[in-house]
Design a protein around this ligand. Sequence first.
Ligand code: NAD
Length: 375
Amino acid sequence: MNVSVPKETASGERRVALVPEVVERLGRSGIEVTIEAGAGAEAHYPDADYEQAGAKLGDGYSGQVVAKVAPPSAEEIGRLQRGSVLIGFLAPLTAVDTVRGLAEAGVTSFAMEAIPRISRAQSMDALSSQATVAGYRAAQIAAQELPRFFPMLTTAAGTVRPAKVLVLGAGVAGLQAIATTRRLGAIVQAFDVRSAVKEQIESLGARFLELDMGLEDAEAAGGYARPLTDEEQQRQRELLAEEIGKMDAVISTAAVPGRRAPLLVTEQAVKNMSPGSVIVDLAAETGGNCELTEAGETVVKEDVTIIGPVNLASSMPDHASSLYARNVQSLLGLMAGEEGELKLDFDDEVIAGACITRDGQIVHEGARQAAGVTA
Ligand code: NAD
């Protein structure tokens, strides 16, 4: 099969879908790569490195398979050939126009977000690889913006107490934020509605924040959280407001797939924080975990700095791209026959589960519902 990789055009997108190291490995399994000139430049992968790894420079949309990072724009969909295969983040539950456009263009599309989170598909899990980058970065931003030290210091000028950090949501990004803030020496607490993560939080040297919510466990299918009821959410916000007041920094990562992020940090909670405190809201893109977050902005309210980063993974484009490329490589491996030829097995649960559009139709159940397609 031949795979082409275009230069990403979405604003602020610095990642690239394949990196030279992966191009070389694909070549060994009979998969040829064509890369658009400059596609890797913002992630610090020069064209010459791709050529040395065996890629050709050329049209990023001409391959049997097109590998991308960000969801395609209407213009990019227009460049895809009918019958071609597209791999990338497609936001299938929210980007309704994109999904409709791909179906109409006759593209067989696979969303990285829709790859089933089963053990066999772990190496393809781009949500996890990119959330790892985002969680790490969020911890650094919190440390950078806080006008205080993270670690405890004993100096000739006296002792500095360590910062207290609360991480809300202990999924992949949250756990990485916990690990990174711990390494920087902060005292870290974390909360999640899935009780299964308590042990993971503790194994990273943080404390699980016990909230008396009367909640047994909110784990739903696929290991994700279920949405809380209005009463549960209200209770959570009230209990958290008090705890947040004791923190120097809050890193919030709580999410429920396909929905607005749960609102966890109220204006009152922000008021309860001491002057100079920091909130890094990783859920900014999906509405924010904090009431005062503005996506893509840094705002100061009540002398608390509230940062709402978008596409944080793209701010570390080298490693974010290299991990993403390995995810794509694994998926391509599943799409290839023995000679590296394109061979899509729709009986395979990973291939079937990740497929969003095929033969002019939206075939993914969640995407069909989002697009209002009836049976
Ligand atoms: P996510 O980004 O959807 O959500 C982030 C976190 O927010 C989750 O831990 C969720 O429980 C939490 N959350 C939701 N509502 C909340 C609320 N009201 N208050 C506090 N926290 C709230 O999740 P994710 O990081 O993509 O993954 C979640 C889980 O999926 C993992 O921890 C794991 O169990 C599973 N997973 C499985 C695999 C695999 O087997 N291949 C890979 C990755 C993740």
